[in-house]
Design a protein around this ligand. Structure first.
Ligand code: ADP
Ligand code: MG
Length: 270
């Protein structure tokens, strides 16, 4: 039967590229999983996910980063300031849906990876122009872009930044059903997906409707914790199906051009 494995060595994993955390989760997220990257503003959700897609594209994977929040320029500015070498990756920018075909042609080189950035700022204008701005059009645009890249160029990894922005643009009348079908859609395509979710600190919730938490395969939670007059970045894996993982809270640092998870389960060294 397709998709059924007979031994755990068959589970392929995508590292999160966070030193100290990947080792604590059998090497990473199982391929094909849908993971929520949840946290409040400034917790580095976008940077961590971009880092995964950047590194995987260098290893020959086709990755799609679809940002509904920040423009392509703003994301790249952030990543360059973090010393990412953008000249190393095959970076393809989609600014116009009519251009999708050309963009796909650029990522089709066999064996070569690519990082496709879908600049939704431009597409947002396009949608407005064609006056299809009913509440389903956004979800459909996203699904069509991902499906097309998957079918024509075999997209491996997908990041939606963010689910919260999607809810603003696309009113969900029946979130339970609409989200169920969105998750089913991604699962059917067999794409490893990272869905960024803006969550309020101390709310005890990782997503807007809470259903996402049950539907997803994994949750990585990021937070900023004040301690006296210091603020510590923290990361924990709340849930990861098919993975024996350490659920301790780790300090998260970005040092020497890489993410590191430190002092899991211990008091932070301040
Ligand atoms: N070297 C760095 N360059 C740029 N931003 C950094 C760096 N180290 C830490 N940051 C922090 O990253 C944060 C933004 O990260 P981002 O991934 O956009 O967060 P989020 O998506 O969770 O809102 C900023 O608040 C900034 O302080
Ligand atoms: Mg962000």
């Amino acid at each position: 039967m397709a998709g059924v494995i007979s031994s755990k060595s068959e589970i392929k994993r995508i590292p999160l590229y966070i030193e100290g955390l990947d080792e604590n989760m059998q090497g990473g997220v199982p391929e094909g999983h849908i993971t929520l990257i949840s946290g409040s503003a400034g917790t580095m959700k976008s940077s961590i996910t971009f880092n995964v897609l950047y590194n995987e594209s260098l290893r020959g994977k086709i990755c799609v980063y679809l940002s509904l929040e920040q423009s392509y320029n703003s994301i790249i500015k952030q990543m360059i300031n973090m010393n990412f070498d953008m000249s190393k990756v095959n970076l393809v920018i989609v600014k116009d849906l009519a251009d999708l075909r050309n963009a796909i042609a650029k990522v089709k080189t066999p064996g070569a990876g690519a990082l496709v950035m879908v600049d939704i700022g431009c597409i947002r204008k396009e949608i407005k122009d064609v006056k299809t701005a009913d509440n389903k059009s956004w979800l459909n645009v996203i699904k069509n872009v991902v499906k097309k890249i998957k079918e024509e160029a075999n997209c491996h990894l997908f990041c939606l930044d963010s689910l919260s922005a999607l809810y603003v643009l696309s009113r969900f009348e029946n979130p339970r059903i609409e989200l169920f079908y969105l998750f089913e859609f991604l699962r059917d395509l067999e794409i490893t997906s990272f869905l960024i979710s803006e969550s309020q600190p101390q709310s005890g919730r990782y997503s807007e409707f809470e259903i996402e938490e049950f539907l997803c395969d994994g949750i990585v939670y990021l937070r900023l914790t004040p301690f006296r007059r210091n603020v510590v970045r923290e990361i924990s894996v709340v849930k990861m199906r098919a993975t024996a993982c350490n659920n301790d809270i780790f300090s998260l640092e970005y040092k020497h051009d890489r993410f590191q998870a430190l002092y899991g389960g211990q008091n932070p060294l301040l």
